[in-house]
Ligand binder design. Structure first.
Ligand SMILES: [Fe+2]
Ligand SMILES: [Fe+2]
Length: 131
C-alpha cells in the first residue's frame, strides 16, 4: 500500500503518522506473504495496535485544540476500530491464524477509507476555520 497524495491531509505530523501506519500494514502483508510465524505476526500486530492508539490520541488532541465540532463522532469511529483490532488480534493469538487475510483486508480498507474520508474532511474543516 502506497501513501498516495489522495491520502494526504496537509498537516505534516498527521500525514507522517498515517504513512507509518501504512508502512506497518505493509510489514504485516510481507510477513503474511513470507509465511512468518504466528509469533512474529502477533508481535507486529501488537506494535501496530500501540501505534494506532498513539495516532488516534494525537489526532483527537489536534481536534480538541482546534475546537473541531465533530470530535465526539470522530472519536467514536476511532474507538470502534480499536475494539475491532483488539478483537481480531485476540482471536489470532488464540490460534485463529486463518483470520489473517480478513484482518489485513479489514485494516487496510478501514484505514484508507477513514484517512481519505473522515480525517481529510476534519483537517479541511479545521484549516478553513483558521482563516
Ligand atoms: Fe488518522
Ligand atoms: Fe481519524
Amino acid at each position: 500500500m502506497e501513501f498516495v497524495d489522495a491520502l494526504k491531509t496537509g498537516v505534516e505530523h498527521i500525514d507522517n503518522q498515517h504513512e507509518s501506519l501504512l508502512d506497518m500494514i505493509n510489514i504485516l502483508i510481507e510477513a503474511r506473504d513470507q509465511e512468518s510465524s504466528p509469533e512474529t505476526i502477533s508481535l507486529v500486530l501488537s506494535e501496530m495496535g500501540k501505534y494506532v492508539f498513539v495516532h488516534f490520541r494525537d489526532e483527537e488532541k489536534f481536534m480538541k485544540d482546534n475546537d473541531f465540532a465533530g470530535l465526539e463522532e470522530h472519536r467514536q469511529s476511532h474507538e470502534i476500530f480499536e475494539a475491532m483490532v483488539l478483537e481480531f488480534s485476540n482471536m489470532f493469538n488464540q490460534g485463529r491464524t486463518d483470520l489473517l487475510d480478513d484482518l489485513l483486508k479489514f485494516l487496510s480498507n478501514w484505514l484508507v477509507s477513514h484517512i481519505q474520508g473522515e480525517d481529510r474532511s476534519m483537517v479541511h474543516e479545521v484549516l478553513a476555520n483558521r482563516n
